[in-house]
Design a protein around this ligand. Structure first.
Ligand code: 5GP
Length: 216
């Protein structure tokens, strides 16, 4: 087996991701109850969202619908480089509110969980939350339903402990609607779905189910 080159990135196992979702789901159920809908930010939020859904569902309850939105940081587009991030958020896919209303409902008055894999500069989460809030507010005004309270929460697997370039509302933290089961320093995180040689990453000794660092 090829020995990985030493680097300062964090490598996470699939099992570790799964456990972060399990911990997160317990916190979510305790703080905000069962979300009515999950909005996954693609691509990193897709796998965590799907795992979370299983942990959030109690016996005899219905599955929580998952909807996808596509957001990219501008400088990321097309480069495919790891370890760099951009600044401007580009919306590559958004909710189809017509289809949602037909097959689910409007988002007005709902308990909505936004899911991504990592909170780095917070730019993407800020964009997703403020745009979704704006859309729901406009729909509520159009339908005369502004008295209904729509609750947004956020789940990420990992929050990087660093100065952020964008904010989230402080009530989100005060009211326990921001979930990040793990914090880490400002390192680049390699998720297992990005691994080229998954056996190498999987064979790394897991340090008591904490963040796995290749060469500590
Ligand atoms: P933010 O807007 O918080 O700066 O970054 C959000 C997006 O950048 C994430 O959804 C993710 O796609 C990407 N990103 C930021 N930091 C990392 C990292 O450490 N590892 C990986 N794989 N992606 C990251």
């Amino acid at each position: 087996m090829k020995t990985p080159e030493p680097d300062d990135k964090l490598y996470l196992h699939y099992n570790y991701i799964h456990k972060l979702c399990q911990i997160g789901a317990e916190q979510i159920r305790a703080n905000i109850g069962k979300p009515d809908i999950i909005i996954a930010i693609g691509g990193g939020g897709f796998i965590p969202a799907r795992i979370l859904r299983s942990f959030l569902k109690m016996p005899n309850e219905k599955n929580i619908p998952i909807q996808a939105i596509g957001l990219s940081l501008y400088e990321d587009l097309g480069t495919g480089e790891v370890g760099t991030i951009g600044k401007e958020v580009i919306r590559t896919q958004w909710l189809d509110f017509g289809a949602l209303a037909t097959h689910f409902d409007t988002l007005i008055g709902k308990n909505i969980l936004i899911v991504d894999e990592v909170d780095d500069t917070r730019t993407t989460l800020h964009y997703a939350l403020s745009e979704l809030e704006k859309d729901v507010r406009e729909q509520a005004e159009k339908l005369g339903r502004t008295n209904e309270k729509t609750i947004f929460s956020i789940f990420v697997l990992i929050n990087k402990n660093k100065p952020k370039k964008a904010d989230l509302p402080k009530e989100m933290f005060e009211e326990g609607r921001y979930f990040a089961p793990r914090e880490c320093e400002d390192s680049w995180v390699n998720f297992p779905w990005e691994a080229i040689d998954i056996d190498t990453v999987s064979d790394l000794k897991e340090i008591s189910c904490d963040l796995v660092k290749l060469f500590p």
